[in-house]
Every structure is written in C-alpha cells, then in structure tokens.
Write a protein that binds this ligand. Structure first.
Ligand code: GBH
Length: 472
C-alpha cells in the first residue's frame, strides 16, 4: 500500500497506535530497591551465553528515565504503551511481595495516564525469578500457581488504573528456546522440560485469566508469536509434512488449547516420545480454555520449511555464540529452513509484509471464536548510522514498519477484526541472546550517555498516527 493510500486509510474507530517494550530489556536497576535475579540476570553470567558478554544491569536505564520516555511517547502521539512488569522485581524470591518494586510500576502508570496514554500491561515477558528456576522453573507445575499469586500482587496495586492485561508474551520462546534450545534463559537443553514448561505456562495463563476476571479486570488476553510456515516446495510431500509440523509447534500448539480447549492431534503424535500427553491432568484443558477479550499477535517474518537437510543453511539463528546448539524443534528436529529470495533484516529474518496479511486472514478463517486482534509486536533490526546532525536516517526500518501497517490495513479491508498496532520497539534495548548488538528501536539510545533520539522511522510513525487522526 502506498504511503499516500496509507495516510488516507480510514482506520476503525478506536484503533490503537502503540509501541512495546519489556521490563528486562529496558529497565536496568537489576538489583535495586529489592529486585533480585531473574533467570536472565543469572543467564547473563554464563560464559558465552550472550553476545558480547552483555548483561541487564543498566540496560537503557528506563527505571530512572521513565518520565523522559513517557514524554517521548507523547511526542510520537501514541495512544497506548505496552510494557511488562518484572516478576523478579515484584516477588523477588518467588515468595513475598516487594512493595518498592510495585511502586515503580505505579508511578509509571500514573505518568502514562497523565499523558493520556493507555497502559497495556504484560505480566510475563520471560523474566522468571531465578529463585523459582532453582525450584524447577516452568518445568515444575507449581510455578503456574506461583504465577497466579504474582498476578494477584500486581493487580492489588495497579488494578484500579490498568484496564488491559496480558498474561504471557510469546510462550513459545520462553518454553522451546529457553528449555529445549538453550539459547534463551534458563539455558536448558531438555525437550521434555520444554514441553512441560509450555503446558505449565498455558495452565498459568488460564488460571490467572479466571483469577483476574474474578477481580473485575476489564480486558484480558495473551500475546503469541505467530509465523507462517511455508512449505519450501508445495508439491513435495516431505516439505508439506515439515511445514505442517512447524505450524503445529509454532502456531497451533498455542492457539488450539486457548481457543479450542485441545492440543492438535497431529502435534500430540509428533511429540509422543516427549511425554506431553502424560503431563495433562484432568481439568487442565478446561482451565486453559478461558474466554479472552483479545489475542495479541507478534509477527516479524515467515519461514520457508523443508523436510530435507539443507547444507550450510541452519535453522533461523537465535544467537551465534552459544554452542553446541540443541534443537528448539521438539519432535521435528530434522526440519530445515531454506533461504528464499527475499530481503533480510539485521537478524537475518525475511522481509515480506504480505505474510502478515496472510497470517491475519488465516486466523480468521481457522478460529470461529477468534477474539479481536491486536498486533502487539512488529518491527525490525537494522544497523543504524547516525548522521552528522545527530539524526538517524533508518529508511529500511521506516519502510518495514509502514509496509507492515499497510498489510494490516489490507487485512482489515479483508474483514479481519484488528484493533491496534504496537511497533517493536520504542527504544533500542537488550535484544536477549544478542545483547545490545541488535537495535529494534524507533528511538535510538546512545549506550554510553543514555541519550535518546527519535529516529526517522519514529518520525514517520508519528506522522502516520497524526494523519489517521485528522481523518477520524
Ligand atoms: C520478540 O520475539 C520478543 O517478544 C521481543 O522481546 C524481542 O526483542 C523481539 O521479538 C525481537 O526479537 O526457530 O523455534 O527458535 C522474537 C520473535 C520468535 C524470533 C521465534 C525467532 C525463532 C523460533 N522470535 N523465532 S525457533
């Protein structure tokens, strides 16, 4: 969609323009005011776990600069800000509540409301208290019950002001990449534990959703990262089977229990040797299958999938440093991801905005009870250069964002109920296993001075938001 057409597009009324971050990636203050280690603080101390030996101790110092950051959001014209609370700040040892930690979020929420920006809160964006990992982490069923207590604690302080609650961000990553591939915290390489983590996060989502609902929360949902798994050769049954497996593992393993109350039968078959079926206790699926008010969709790229080995072409890399590598593709370890003729971002991810339109239409077609959708993350890493005048001419990122927003507009024209778009990310930040080496921000952060500069992509996004308002 051309930029003119995009600026003239009439967005559904109330469409939310936002930007997203996550606690561990921006806050810093990793051991201040009672906060203790999360699994990411501990993981950062494992040699070679994180590129450049980077850690989360200071990050982009949002803990001390949140007032300035909210000012930037206001400048950009954002309707909403998606952030997460840190469990290790709120319930540091996994047991008693840290009032000082909660107070930070209380001040942040006040600042947002003052600026007329809707707080969009996520409870779990990957930073489990290390104390709970030491008791088994997500592989241990008990962690699901601890999560409900944590949700209650956050609600106790923010429930009077926060209306939009998300239980989990991308459980795929915090189960398969953290517990099977070992590329994310806690760095375990145990496929059985990864499926247990996945199931227990599902359970935690369901239990916390009913709990929060009972406490009177207005809107509750979950954010999933969804990726089209495209068969490399659509006429090759081996590739078709590989794409089906990856679709099951990446998309349907999350969508189906939440929206249909069951795991896909083909997935249960694919992962049979890893004991998922044996973990499911009577009542679990009913507990997971709670009505939700929205589904958050994080989308970055598609992948071409093959069942044949592809030499010299590894699986989409999460991090280059941590070897030996173990597979996140539990039960489908043989799959490969052949490169296609598409431009790539600095993460090596394909740029293909049409994939987002396809994905949104697929959700509508496949799930009859689909709640309203919000794009809760979409964005790109590029190697930015700072111009002599201090500006950042990140034209590729600007194009990536506008083209994907265009794909959302087309999906809306197709009849898909999409109600908001949050760009990832507001600020350059700690990109997990890549440390500070990859920049996703629409605002540049100078990591020496912590100075913030709105990049050209941020200016273009702000313009689009302003244009959508003059039409409304
Ligand atoms: C998001 O996840 C995160 O929510 C955010 O914190 C992060 O900073 C941002 O995106 C940018 O990375 O081959 O099975 O290992 C990233 C989305 C989904 C991309 C999983 C890599 C690899 C799947 N990721 N994908 S696998």
């Amino acid at each position: 969609m051309s930029i003119n057409k995009l600026h003239d597009f009439s967005w559904p009324s109330g469409f939310l323009w936002g930007s997203a971050t996550a606690a561990a990636q921006i806050e810093g203050a990793a051991h201040l005011d009672g906060k203790e280690d999360s699994i990411w603080d501990a993981f950062a101390r494992v040699p070679n776990a994180i590129a450049g030996g980077d850690h989360l101790e200071v990050a982009v110092d949002h803990y001390h600069r949140y007032t300035e950051d909210v000012g930037i959001m206001k400048n950009l014209g954002l309707d909403s800000y998606r952030f997460s609370t840190s469990w290790a700040r709120v319930v540091p040892g996994g047991g008693s509540v840290n009032a000082k930690g909660l107070d930070f979020y209380s001040r942040l929420v006040d600042e947002l409301l003052e600026a007329n920006i809707l707080p969009w809160l996520t409870l779990y964006h990957w930073d489990l208290p290390q104390a709970l990992e030491e008791r088994g982490g997500w592989a241990h069923r008990d962690t699901a019950y601890r999560f409900v207590e944590y949700a209650q604690a956050v609600h106790g302080v923010l429930g009077d002001r926060v209306t939009h609650w998300t239980t989990f961000n991308e459980p795929l990553c915090s189960s398969l990449i953290g517990y099977a591939a070992g590329e994310h915290a806690p760095g375990r390489r145990e496929p059985r534990a990864a499926l247990a983590a996945m199931h227990h996060q599902h359970l935690a989502h369901g239990l916390a959703t009913s709990e929060l609902r009972g406490l009177g929360v207005e809107k509750i949902g979950i954010t999933l990262n969804l990726t089209n798994a495209v068969p490399n050769d659509p006429n090759d049954p081996v590739d078709l089977d590989a794409a089906r497996r990856i679709d099951a593992l990446w998309n349907r393993m999350y969508l189906d229990p939440i929206l249909r109350g069951s795991y896909p039968a083909d997935l249960l078959e694919d992962v049979k040797e890893y004991g998922l079926a044996e973990l499911i206790k009577p009542g679990d699926l009913a507990a997971i299958h709670q009505p939700i008010d929205f589904l958050g969709v994080n989308h970055y790229h598609d992948d071409s999938v093959s069942g044949h080995p592809v030499s010299a072409q590894a699986a989409p890399a999460v991090v280059p440093t941590n070897s030996p590598k173990s597979s996140p593709f539990v039960g489908s370890e043989h799959v490969s991801f052949p490169a296609r003729d598409l431009p790539l971002t600095a993460m090596g991810w394909e740029v293909n905005p049409a994939g987002l339109r396809t994905l949104l239409n697929r959700l509508k077609a496949d799930y009859s009870n689909l709640p309203p959708l919000y794009i809760t993350e979409n964005g790109a890493a590029y190697e930015d250069t700072v111009e002599a005048d201090g500006s950042v001419a990140d034209n590729e990122r600007a194009a990536y964002i506008l083209d994907h927003i265009g794909a959302v507009a087309e999906a809306i024209e197709d009849g898909v109920d999409v109600r908001g778009y949050f760009v990832w990310s507001l600020l350059d930040n700690f990109e997990w296993a890549w440390g500070y080496a990859k920049r996703f921000g629409i605002v540049r952060v100078d990591y020496d001075t912590q100075e913030r500069t709105i990049k050209d992509s941020g200016l273009a996004y702000g313009k689009l938001i302003a244009a959508s308002r003059t039409l409304a």
